[in-house]
Design a protein around this ligand. Structure first.
Ligand code: IMP
Length: 455
């Protein structure tokens, strides 16, 4: 029950969001990236937003991995991401203005580029959907990935080649203008203006552009410690989330291999990050959502407003059904539970242990979206601790009810809790067990019976 520091070699670790995003991955990856040589972002685009607080300074990052705050760490934006170069350059400027070197940032040449027509189409199609809207961030993410799948996308390597970019953009903008004008009643884009804007971006980004999969492989061969940083969360995964209310990439752990261009045999550990309660931004079913005062309290205490859009997040109780699902889909070795301190003032805390679906108890996440929308939470109520925890630094410092709460979550999800976070700062953290060098979860099983967290 002592506080450990994570300063041994990290091995190759994936950190993913176990809920609907915004779990506090930024802080956890920042903490772990102290011992990482390389941090790789493998999917998503500027829809993501990481807030990291270091020495009282707040950094809001959308694309650049939070590892950039460690001067020796190499940061890679992998090929599974989609890059809005204007926003990326703003982030570079922000960091440099604070004297943080961006020399170590590498950008995959095969990542796809978000163009102005992607943003326009994203917003216009959302508006067209009316009550069926997804609630996207409006950053052009879906349309950029759609072009990638349709094989008409512009990649970073195209951006670096003025002749090819000009040809491709003239062709693509001609057809996008038909959509903008005829389908959405919007003015057409001027291809020359877009080309000029993007060629300027290309000049600024050129020194950072590399074959990122090769760089990662070289790092693996040199036995460097690599941290793969997921954006969004498991339930927003295009294949495994609450489709269609999802993003257009694969935030799950498997997405790291595809998005970074590494084989699964290179991965040593998968760490999930979950809030001590649940939030969701945008539309879509959310069984444990709290309507009313308690939801407002969690929102206020947790400062639950989107880093990217400023939208108020929907708040709810912890949902162990989706927690178990995240353990399964990602093969989680352990969990980091964040924002436990937000529950400090709550009299009674509810945890969803199963769903009621048409009178039947359902313990597994239903993949049918219609069924999921009908699920009613079955709660177990636990006593709150009604004491501040933000100064706790070891498990022994925590109130007994807070420990019981954590133990209950670990047992329900059959996963060890390795890290507990009690505030935004790096030091507001309890390292329960070493998330990297503790036993792999798969090895915790003996004779088929799980051994749950030693909390
Ligand atoms: P998109 O990724 O902008 O297409 O949005 C699709 C869905 O994912 C919407 O519900 C967004 O609110 C949600 N989403 C996208 N990025 C994030 C994120 O970083 N945190 C939380 N929700 C997100």
């Amino acid at each position: 029950m002592s506080t450990l520091t994570i300063d041994k070699p990290l091995a190759n670790v994936i950190v993913i969001g176990a809920q609907w995003g915004d779990e506090g991955k930024g802080k956890i990856t920042d903490l772990l990236s102290k011992s990482a040589d390389v941090v790789v972002r493998y999917q998503g685009g500027v829809n993501a937003g990481h807030t990291v607080v270091v020495k009282g300074q707040t950094f809001k990052l959308h694309l650049i991995p939070s590892g950039i705050l460690h001067p020796e760490t190499q940061c890679i934006i992998g090929s599974g991401t989609v890059i809005d170069p204007g926003v990326l350059i703003q982030e570079l400027d922000q960091l440099e203005s604070l004297n943080i070197s961006t020399r170590n940032l590498l950008i995959s040449e095969t990542a796809h580029v978000t163009m102005p027509y992607h943003r326009l189409i994203d917003r216009a199609s959302e508006e067209r959907r009316g009550i069926h809207k997804i609630g996207t961030t409006g950053r052009g993410i879906g349309p950029t990935y759609a072009d990638k799948s349709e094989r008409t996308g512009i990649r970073v390597l195209d951006l670096m080649d003025a002749v090819s970019l000009r040809q491709q953009l003239h062709r693509t903008i001609a057809s996008k203008n038909v959509i903008l004008e005829k389908l959405y009643d919007l003015p057409p884009l001027d291809p020359e203006a877009v080309i000029e804007e993007y060629l300027e971006y290309a000049d600024r980004l050129r020194p950072h552009v590399v074959d990122s999969s090769l760089k990662i492989y070289e790092a693996v061969q040199r036995r460097r410690n690599i941290l793969f940083e997921g954006a969004q969360g498991t339930l927003l995964d295009l294949d495994h989330g609450t489709y269609p209310y999802v993003t257009s990439s694969n935030p799950v752990a498997g997405g790291a291999c595809v998005g970074a261009g590494v084989g699964p045999t290179m991965i040593d550990r998968v760490i999930g990050v979950a809030k001590a309660y649940t939030t969701r931004v945008g539309e879509g079913p959310f069984p444990t959502e709290i309507h009313g005062e308690m939801g407002e309290i969690l929102c206020d205490r947790g400062a639950e407003f989107g880093t990217t859009t400023g939208r108020k997040r929907r708040c709810g109780w912890f949902d162990a059904v989706i927690g178990r699902y995240a353990v399964r889909i990602n093969g989680l070795d352990c969990l980091a539970v964040t924002k436990l301190d937000v529950l400090d003032e709550v009299e009674e805390i509810k945890v969803c242990v199963a769903y009621d679906l048409d009178g039947k108890r359902c313990e597994d996440f239903p993949s049918n979206a219609r069924h999921f929308a009908q699920c009613q939470p079955i709660y177990k109520t636990l006593p709150g601790w009604k004491r501040p925890t933000d100064q706790c630094r070891t498990l022994d410092d925590l109130p007994r009810q807070a420990l019981d709460y954590l133990k209950f979550l670990a047992e329900l999800m059959e996963v060890p809790i390795a890290i507990v976070s009690l505030g935004a700062s790096r030091d507001q953290t309890i390292i329960v067990e070493d998330p990297i060098h503790g036993p792999k979860r798969a090895l915790l099983y003996t004779n088929g019976s799980p051994i749950t967290a030693e909390v």
